[in-house]
Design a protein around this ligand. Structure first.
Ligand code: NAP
Length: 272
């Protein structure tokens, strides 16, 4: 069968696009005129995400996929090709995470997180390359976290995997620049989502300690992360590749001794 003409609107694929930050990214891209493919394991997550995206006026393809499995990823990209005939943006957002001391981490727990985050990002990028290459101003955005270059105590598997994705981001940015494909990363700070409320922000004490460590004094929103992705895939970012944008209220910079200085009265008290 001969393929029809490519989709008239640009197309973005967001992994993990049915929930949390991925859903906000997909919705933001829909507002910017993209049609969407979303992929994750749960049909329920995908259905809820797809319904919201259609309300934004986007054509939506939802494909149940485990990004750890290259055959499923290849089938996902084939579905995108047959539905839309093009792909312009790939957002590697799918992830899994849980808190565990490194010495108690099972090989399966390690493999699960590294498989989703690092293998999944590579499998999706590799499979999407031929379609992206023919896209309009194509780009990839990988969602990482600041512990890719800092330390992730309690989440060593995720930190190691995100560090791998950061190296992959820079490597692909250089390799695929000749094809006009830009590759960047966004490192969100703490954002409350259904997923992370179960996996990371599991007590009020943790939430408060994390909040206090953010110079802007609050958690971010999924929409604030989505805005940075919308910028990076837009023509306003046409000369940016291989970069990581931390969208974290200043969290990774740390507050140094600022709280102690506040308490000492040596600096002006923070405004109430
Ligand atoms: P989330 O809602 O739990 O999102 C994770 C998504 O990944 C879900 O949609 C999940 O869908 C999908 N997923 C998990 N395993 C998968 C697999 N094997 N194959 C395909 N999809 C899979 O969490 P979030 O907070 O929105 O996180 C989104 C991204 O932001 C992640 O990359 C995360 O590391 C990053 N991030 C988040 C924070 C934060 O504070 N929230 C901070 C820094 C970085 P299914 O269950 O349907 O598979």
């Amino acid at each position: 069968m001969t393929a029809g003409p490519p989709n008239p609107r640009p197309v973005a694929l967001v992994t993990g696009g049915g929930t949390g930050i991925g859903r906000a990214i997909a919705a933001g891209l829909a507002e910017d005129g993209f049609d969407l493919a979303i992929a994750s394991r749960s049909a329920e997550h995908l259905q809820a995400g797809a319904e919201e995206l259609r309300r934004h006026g986007a054509k939506v393809l939802a494909v149940p996929t485990d990004v750890r499995l290259p055959d499923q990823v290849d089938r996902l990209i084939e579905s995108v090709r047959s539905e839309f005939g093009r792909l312009d943006v790939l957002v590697n957002n799918a992830a899994g995470n849980f808190i565990v001391p490194a010495e108690k981490m099972s090989p399966n727990g390690w493999r699960a997180v590294v498989g989703i985050v690092l293998d999944g990002t590579f499998f999706c990028s590799r499979a999407a390359f031929p379609l992206l290459r023919g896209g309009s101003h194509p780009s990839i955005v990988n969602i990482i976290a600041a512990y890719a270059w800092m330390a992730g105590p309690g989440t060593a598997h995720s930190a190691a995997a995100k560090a791998g994705v950061l190296a992959l981001t820079r490597s692909l940015a250089v390799e695929w620049a000749r094809y006009g494909i830009r590759v960047n990363a966004v490192a969100p700070g703490p954002v409350r989502t259904e997923g992370t409320d179960h996996q990371l922000w599991i007590s009020d004490a943790i939430v408060e300690a994390v909040r206090r460590g953010v110079p802007l004094g609050r958690f971010g929103t999924p929409e604030e992360i989505a805005d940075s992705v919308r910028f990076l895939v837009s023509s306003r970012a046409s000369y940016i590749t291989g970069q990581v944008l931390a969208v974290d209220g200043g969290q990774w910079l740390g507050k140094g001794v600022l709280d102690l200085l506040d308490a000492s009265g040596l600096v002006d008290a923070p405004p109430k």
